[in-house]
Ligand binder design. Structure first.
Ligand SMILES: [Zn+2]
Length: 296
């Protein structure tokens, strides 16, 4: 979730695509990235068959990611849905230009601004978290709650096709990823770690923009997750977030650690604000900002 929440409407722009020829060989050294030109999506190639799909004109500044293997592709988030509101731009249309592989969607977390194109995906994976397993019916149906989505009521219900284990190699075919549980922004939040590329996709846990915490208790959870990330990562990793400028300087993770310590010690300045009618503390630490909703 990004600080600028307002969804404006009315801007209609046209979509154009230029697609270069490409091949999907098993040897990724030979892989030739697809070039996409779109009036809505900004598609960048990160290397190693990993694409970054930004929506710079969206109110949330969404960033989603597409990871290709030899056998299947994985989509990480699908945006806030303004692509359809403002010009009927389908995110799957972009993906189909990049790959013919079967695509599985996994969300970094369930907030409304990460799943509004979920209906375009035939296959959905969830992180294998006990609290999510408990909520799935014998028919594999999962009902999103208002608390899950934070805003709005879509999606209401989906079928979970697959459970991805945590911190276990998931082989997409010559492309191995791991899912890492990163609670703090929300309980079910996950990151995707790609060790062979030194890439970590952090969702809303850390991105270039004000971070959102929904309970005071989440401050301690955030700290635990930072500690865990520090045990998994080193400064060779490139970090990417789900809003704003995609790449995050690695030093921001240490800064977040220091920021949380500053709040924990009670010495971090903050202002009190009402945000969407709810009381919040807005903390500032160097160039980082954190909004923490206060319990009524
Ligand atoms: Zn969020």
């Amino acid at each position: 979730m990004k600080y600028n929440f307002l969804i404006s409407a009315g801007l209609v722009v046209s979509l154009s695509l230029l697609v270069s020829c490409h091949k999907e060989g098993s040897n990724q050294q030979e892989y030739e990235p697809v070039i996409i030109v779109s009036d809505w999506f900004k598609v960048s190639y990160l290397g190693d068959r990993i694409y970054c799909i930004e929506e710079p004109k969206s109110s949330q500044g969404n960033v989603s990611y597409l990871i290709l293997g030899d056998d299947r592709a994985l989509m990480f988030d699908t945006g806030c849905g303004e692509n359809e509101v403002k010009g009927n731009y389908k995110i799957k249309y972009i993906i189909d230009k990049i790959t013919t592989l079967p695509v599985t969607l996994i969300q970094s977390h369930f907030h409304f601004d990460h799943n509004q194109n979920i209906h375009e995906f035939e296959r959905i994976a969830f992180p294998d978290l006990p609290e999510l397993r408990e909520r799935v019916s014998p028919e594999s149906q999962f009902q999103f709650t208002q608390a899950d989505l934070f805003e709005g009521n879509y999606p209401s219900e989906i079928i979970v096709d697959e459970w991805f284990p945590l911190e276990t190699d998931i082989d997409l075919g010559g492309q191995v990823i791991q899912l890492v549980h990163v609670p703090g922004h929300s309980d079910e939040s996950v990151a995707i770690m790609i060790p062979s590329s030194g890439i970590m996709l952090l969702g809303d846990f850390l991105y270039n923009g004000a971070l959102f915490l929904f309970r005071n208790d989440d401050l301690a959870v955030y700290q635990q997750t930072v500690d865990h990330l520090n045990s998994l990562l080193n400064s060779e990793y490139s970090l990417f977030g789900a809003h704003g400028d995609p790449e995050i300087e690695f030093g921001q993770l240490q800064k977040l650690d220091d920021f949380l310590s500053c709040i924990e010690e009670g010495i971090c300045p903050y202002t009190e604000r009402s945000v969407w009618g709810r009381p919040a503390h807005i903390y500032n630490f160097q160039d980082m900002h954190m909004l923490v909703f206060q319990q009524d």
